[in-house]
Design a protein around this ligand. Sequence first.
Ligand code: C2E
Ligand code: CA
Ligand code: CA
Ligand code: CA
Length: 274
Amino acid sequence: AKALGRNSYSFFEPAMDERLQSRRRTETDLASALEDGEFELFYQPFVNVIQQTISGFEALIRWRHPQRGQISPAEFIPIAEEVGQIAPIGLWVLETACRQAMHWPSPLSVSVNLSPVQFREATLFADVRRILKETGLPPGRLQLEITESVLLHDTESVLAVLRGFRKLGIRISMDDFGTGYSSLGYLSRFPFDKVKIDQSFVRDLAKRENLAVVRAVIGLSKAMGIGVIAEGVETAEQRDLLLAESCDEMQGYYFSKPRPVTEVAAFLEAFNAA
Ligand code: C2E
Ligand code: CA
Ligand code: CA
Ligand code: CA
């Protein structure tokens, strides 16, 4: 049985091995990526479609690996979370985003994704406050995006940190809403300023159940005075369906892909001229 097991296993070994090696390599390379300056932030605008205005940009990290080219955050963020690298990377993102947003016209905000793992750091609140002070960005121009999963553990201490952020004037968005375990009830129990409707619902709005979710989220958010933004808007049809549901704020390739910080000023100029 042992021999058979070994034989059948070896059939899969090369592929397994490659995956494992690639993963190990990502882990080792992550450890030095920060000090080697391999990370960069891209920015994607939030568009108010009715007012034809931009309210801010979401910061999205990019890893330019010297040998492997650009690695997606969807690939390396979960690994960074596992190997304990997300805390320093997350602080670099915050610091860089706040510093870069200081160059933007005044009311524009910057939105930063926070990993649930970052909430395990006892210093998170103090770090955020320090970074705001050091960069000079007014707290009202910083938004933090968290996912519902952050509320699954240590709910009370996470809530205390979130309340602290809001007291400073930082706004909190719930990202990927509708994809996790949360119910609409979360919206009333936790101090959010804005809900981001996940792109999986936006993708196929012609599906009745997706439209129903979107409608319910918009209805409840409005009733509670919480802002709503739809992400992943790729087509004029999606834009129009969302507008018909009174969702005015959107984000997605239809308006702009995430772009390097060097293109933000030109984008704003072109948008305002249009
Ligand atoms: P997310 O926060 O939900 O970000 C939205 C993702 O959808 C981004 O992918 C964005 O580029 C992409 N996207 C935007 N518009 C469209 C569209 O119209 N169609 C489609 N198909 N996609 C669109 P990205 O940049 O690859 O980031 C993936 C995820 O990685 C993010 O999802 C977020 O969870 C995580 N992430 C990115 N940057 C950071 C960061 O600085 N810190 C942390 N903790 N996580 C980050
Ligand atoms: Ca996000
Ligand atoms: Ca999202
Ligand atoms: Ca997402």
